[in-house]
Ligand binder design. Structure first.
Ligand code: KG4
Ligand code: ZN
Length: 345
């Protein structure tokens, strides 16, 4: 029975997993309301809220799972990447519990969690496959050759996909987090109303691959420019125009992602794509990816909504797999702000 903690950003989460995939509890305490006035996550406030919430949430998880700490056989916690103060809360609590109970402990990479969330609901995901992580902090493309065997092929060169959704929503005063709001508003608009162009990617990149990289800052700037030109003081944008604008933005953001997905799958002849992270909850992306998969005979997998966004179930899954292989972390494991899987694990 694996107990897991996730506190890398603005969700405190605790899960209890009977491996391989029987989830006994998966609780998420979101702090969105604290950060709404700031239009983004305030790291210091996030850390403080994690501290208030983590013990009661852990107690609730034990009750929901119908177990006590005596039944737990291993403990996992997210150790990277994320906000340091936030990560330290879950990591320190998990380490203390494990040390006090003499239980094996493992620190888990949050991205590796997203890449593996799909296995909690599917036991037929083929290897190798393309793993796409699209969240508020990350946009990365991996060839996943097996458990703990990841090859980074491309990433965003600037904003993460979710960050672009959040920034466009902020620009239009639609609220925070922007992704789900833009998704809803876009469903009411015309995705072809405004034409935004796709970024031109040069071959070089920080990962030395380049051709599969994506970029969202140009699109975000194009939206801002469009607003500047069209949002005239005595004639503010109508709700319908905003719907069209966010639908057009979302359409282009999905196109940007699909362009890399389609290139990678073709070049590497992969049989399946797994999409994860908060933006995997996006309805336009899910539809575009599913339709594309059917057309090209490529299997596409999305975790269910609750496993797309941040959660501790995915951390429990990865932790349980490492612990089953006898891999544990040292007691001096620290939190780290950065860390793509396959590079720093
Ligand atoms: O994976 P996640 O919960 O946290 C990070 O690790 O970043 O992802 C949160 C991100 C936010 O940027 C949020 O706006 C975005 O995922 N998001 C969405 C949707 N739901 C969440 N973006 C687009 N459409 C959605 N339906
Ligand atoms: Zn995440």
């Amino acid at each position: 029975m694996i107990l897991a903690f996730e506190s890398s950003c603005d969700e405190t989460a605790v899960a209890i997993l009977a491996p391989p995939r029987q989830l006994r509890a998966s609780l998420v305490a979101s702090q969105h309301e604290i950060h709404i006035p700031f239009g983004g996550v305030v790291p210091e406030l996030a850390a403080r809220r994690h501290m208030e919430v983590i013990v009661p949430l852990y107690q609730d998880a034990l009750v929901e799972a119908g177990i006590t700490l005596d039944d737990v056989t291993g403990i996992a916690a997210t150790c990277k990447p994320g906000l340091i103060g936030a990560l330290l809360v879950g990591l320190s609590f998990a380490k203390s519990l494990a040390m006090g109970r003499n239980l094996p402990f493992i620190g888990v990479n949050h991205i590796e969690g997203h890449l593996n969330a799909v296995h909690l609901e599917h036991d037929d995901v083929p290897y190798p496959h393309l793993g796409v992580v699209v969240s508020g902090g990350h946009t990365e493309f991996y060839i996943v050759k097996g458990f703990a065997d990841y090859q980074l092929l491309g990433a965003t060169r600037d904003d993460a996909a979710g960050e672009a959704f959040d920034k466009v929503a902020k620009l239009l005063n639609l609220g925070y987090p922007g992704g789900p709001i833009v998704d809803k508003r876009a469903a009411l608009g015309n995705p072809k109303a405004i034409r935004f162009s796709l970024p031109k990617m040069s071959e070089s990149s920080k990962f030395g691959i380049g051709k599969y990289d994506v970029s969202f800052s140009g699109l975000k700037t194009a939206v801002a420019l469009w607003v500047k030109q069209n949002d005239i003081t005595d004639q503010p944008l109508s709700a319908d125009t905003i719907n069209d604008l966010v639908a057009s933005f979302q359409y282009t953001a999905v196109e940007i992602l699909m362009r890399s997905v389609s290139q990678i799958v073709t070049d590497h002849n992969l049989p399946a794509v797994v999409v994860s992270g908060g933006v995997a909850a996006n309805s336009a992306l899910r539809k575009a990816m599913t339709d594309w998969g059917i057309q090209h005979n490529v299997r596409t997998y999305f975790p269910s909504m609750k496993l797309c966004v941040d959660n501790a179930a995915m951390i429990a899954y990865v932790g349980s797999q490492y612990l089953a292989r006898g891999v544990t972390s040292n007691w001096d494991l620290n939190a780290t702000a950065s860390g793509a899987v396959g590079i720093l694990t």
